[in-house]
Write a new protein. Sequence first.
Length: 168
Amino acid sequence: MSDDDKSKLSRPRPVRESISEMTEIVLPNDANPLNALLGGRLMHWIDLAGAMAAHRHSRAYVVTASIDHLDFLVPVRVGDFVILRSSVNRVFHTSMEVGVKVWVENYRSEESRHVSSAYLTFVAVDIAGNRLPVVPIIPETEDEKRRYEGAARRREIRRAETARRKRC
Protein backbone atom coordinates (compact mmCIF):
# COMPACT_ATOMS: atom_id res chain seq x y z
CA MET A 1 0.00 0.00 0.00
CA SER A 2 1.41 3.39 -0.99
CA ASP A 3 1.81 6.26 1.47
CA ASP A 4 -0.96 8.11 -0.40
CA ASP A 5 -3.34 5.16 0.08
CA LYS A 6 -2.47 5.01 3.80
CA SER A 7 -3.09 8.75 4.08
CA LYS A 8 -6.55 8.36 2.50
CA LEU A 9 -7.43 5.65 5.03
CA SER A 10 -6.47 7.84 8.00
CA ARG A 11 -8.41 10.97 6.98
CA PRO A 12 -11.77 11.85 8.57
CA ARG A 13 -14.69 10.88 6.34
CA PRO A 14 -18.11 12.44 5.81
CA VAL A 15 -21.22 10.61 7.03
CA ARG A 16 -22.39 10.19 3.43
CA GLU A 17 -19.58 7.71 2.77
CA SER A 18 -20.99 5.37 5.43
CA ILE A 19 -24.61 5.43 4.23
CA SER A 20 -25.89 1.94 3.47
CA GLU A 21 -29.22 0.58 2.34
CA MET A 22 -30.43 -2.97 2.11
CA THR A 23 -33.76 -4.38 1.03
CA GLU A 24 -35.26 -7.71 2.02
CA ILE A 25 -38.48 -9.36 0.93
CA VAL A 26 -40.33 -11.10 3.76
CA LEU A 27 -40.72 -14.77 2.93
CA PRO A 28 -42.75 -17.39 4.81
CA ASN A 29 -39.66 -18.67 6.67
CA ASP A 30 -39.15 -15.11 8.04
CA ALA A 31 -42.63 -15.04 9.58
CA ASN A 32 -44.66 -16.35 12.48
CA PRO A 33 -47.94 -18.32 12.09
CA LEU A 34 -49.79 -15.00 11.63
CA ASN A 35 -47.66 -14.21 8.55
CA ALA A 36 -45.95 -11.34 10.40
CA LEU A 37 -42.18 -10.85 10.32
CA LEU A 38 -40.39 -12.38 13.29
CA GLY A 39 -38.87 -9.74 15.57
CA GLY A 40 -35.61 -11.69 15.75
CA ARG A 41 -35.29 -11.68 11.97
CA LEU A 42 -35.76 -7.90 11.92
CA MET A 43 -33.13 -7.53 14.66
CA HIS A 44 -30.74 -9.64 12.57
CA TRP A 45 -31.32 -7.43 9.52
CA ILE A 46 -30.83 -4.28 11.64
CA ASP A 47 -27.51 -5.67 12.88
CA LEU A 48 -26.37 -6.41 9.31
CA ALA A 49 -27.43 -2.98 8.02
CA GLY A 50 -25.62 -1.29 10.91
CA ALA A 51 -22.49 -3.36 10.36
CA MET A 52 -22.39 -2.34 6.68
CA ALA A 53 -22.29 1.35 7.61
CA ALA A 54 -19.64 0.71 10.28
CA HIS A 55 -17.53 -1.32 7.83
CA ARG A 56 -17.79 1.40 5.20
CA HIS A 57 -16.63 4.08 7.59
CA SER A 58 -13.93 2.21 9.51
CA ARG A 59 -12.67 0.09 6.60
CA ALA A 60 -12.13 -2.65 9.19
CA TYR A 61 -13.84 -5.65 10.71
CA VAL A 62 -16.48 -4.60 13.21
CA VAL A 63 -18.29 -6.36 16.04
CA THR A 64 -21.58 -5.41 17.64
CA ALA A 65 -21.10 -4.09 21.17
CA SER A 66 -24.68 -3.03 21.94
CA ILE A 67 -28.07 -2.16 20.60
CA ASP A 68 -30.29 0.39 22.28
CA HIS A 69 -34.01 0.12 22.84
CA LEU A 70 -36.02 -1.32 19.95
CA ASP A 71 -39.75 -0.95 19.30
CA PHE A 72 -41.75 -2.60 16.53
CA LEU A 73 -44.20 0.10 15.44
CA VAL A 74 -46.22 -1.61 12.70
CA PRO A 75 -46.49 -5.23 11.56
CA VAL A 76 -44.61 -6.42 8.51
CA ARG A 77 -46.29 -9.14 6.45
CA VAL A 78 -45.11 -11.91 4.16
CA GLY A 79 -44.53 -10.42 0.72
CA ASP A 80 -43.65 -6.92 2.01
CA PHE A 81 -40.32 -5.28 1.29
CA VAL A 82 -38.25 -4.19 4.28
CA ILE A 83 -35.90 -1.28 3.61
CA LEU A 84 -33.12 -0.65 6.11
CA ARG A 85 -31.09 2.57 5.92
CA SER A 86 -28.02 3.07 8.07
CA SER A 87 -25.18 5.52 8.65
CA VAL A 88 -22.53 6.24 11.24
CA ASN A 89 -23.72 8.95 13.63
CA ARG A 90 -20.50 9.46 15.57
CA VAL A 91 -17.09 7.94 16.13
CA PHE A 92 -15.53 7.81 19.58
CA HIS A 93 -12.12 6.11 19.63
CA THR A 94 -12.52 2.48 18.60
CA SER A 95 -16.32 2.51 18.62
CA MET A 96 -19.00 4.00 16.41
CA GLU A 97 -22.68 4.69 16.96
CA VAL A 98 -24.71 3.69 13.92
CA GLY A 99 -28.34 4.62 13.36
CA VAL A 100 -30.63 2.28 11.45
CA LYS A 101 -34.10 3.24 10.28
CA VAL A 102 -36.44 0.56 8.98
CA TRP A 103 -39.36 0.98 6.60
CA VAL A 104 -41.91 -1.48 5.27
CA GLU A 105 -43.05 -1.07 1.70
CA ASN A 106 -46.12 -2.77 0.35
CA TYR A 107 -45.52 -2.63 -3.38
CA ARG A 108 -49.10 -3.67 -4.15
CA SER A 109 -50.65 -0.71 -2.34
CA GLU A 110 -47.59 1.56 -2.84
CA GLU A 111 -47.64 2.27 0.91
CA SER A 112 -44.49 2.84 2.96
CA ARG A 113 -44.45 2.98 6.78
CA HIS A 114 -41.82 3.42 9.48
CA VAL A 115 -41.31 0.10 11.29
CA SER A 116 -38.46 0.72 13.71
CA SER A 117 -35.32 2.70 14.47
CA ALA A 118 -32.28 1.57 16.39
CA TYR A 119 -28.93 2.82 17.59
CA LEU A 120 -26.14 0.26 17.63
CA THR A 121 -22.57 0.50 18.85
CA PHE A 122 -19.89 -1.25 16.82
CA VAL A 123 -16.21 -1.66 17.67
CA ALA A 124 -13.54 -1.87 14.97
CA VAL A 125 -11.21 -4.84 15.40
CA ASP A 126 -8.37 -6.54 13.60
CA ILE A 127 -8.33 -10.20 12.57
CA ALA A 128 -7.25 -11.20 16.10
CA GLY A 129 -10.08 -9.23 17.72
CA ASN A 130 -7.90 -6.37 18.98
CA ARG A 131 -9.57 -2.96 18.99
CA LEU A 132 -8.57 -0.53 16.25
CA PRO A 133 -8.82 3.25 16.26
CA VAL A 134 -11.42 4.66 13.87
CA VAL A 135 -11.05 7.89 11.90
CA PRO A 136 -13.45 10.69 12.87
CA ILE A 137 -16.74 11.25 11.05
CA ILE A 138 -17.68 14.60 9.52
CA PRO A 139 -21.36 15.51 9.82
CA GLU A 140 -22.30 17.87 7.01
CA THR A 141 -26.09 18.31 6.97
CA GLU A 142 -28.23 19.67 9.81
CA ASP A 143 -29.72 16.21 10.32
CA GLU A 144 -26.25 14.62 10.51
CA LYS A 145 -25.13 17.29 13.00
CA ARG A 146 -28.23 16.64 15.14
CA ARG A 147 -27.55 12.88 15.15
CA TYR A 148 -23.86 13.53 15.90
CA GLU A 149 -24.74 15.59 19.01
CA GLY A 150 -27.43 13.11 20.04
CA ALA A 151 -24.90 10.26 19.88
CA ALA A 152 -22.78 11.90 22.59
CA ARG A 153 -25.83 12.16 24.89
CA ARG A 154 -26.84 8.56 24.20
CA ARG A 155 -23.28 7.39 24.94
CA GLU A 156 -23.41 9.02 28.38
CA ILE A 157 -26.77 7.34 29.04
CA ARG A 158 -25.35 3.95 27.99
CA ARG A 159 -22.31 4.43 30.22
CA ALA A 160 -24.48 5.38 33.21
CA GLU A 161 -26.71 2.35 32.62
CA THR A 162 -23.67 0.05 32.38
CA ALA A 163 -22.29 1.43 35.64
CA ARG A 164 -25.69 1.00 37.33
CA ARG A 165 -25.89 -2.64 36.21
CA LYS A 166 -22.39 -3.34 37.54
CA ARG A 167 -23.44 -2.07 40.98
CA CYS A 168 -26.45 -4.41 41.11
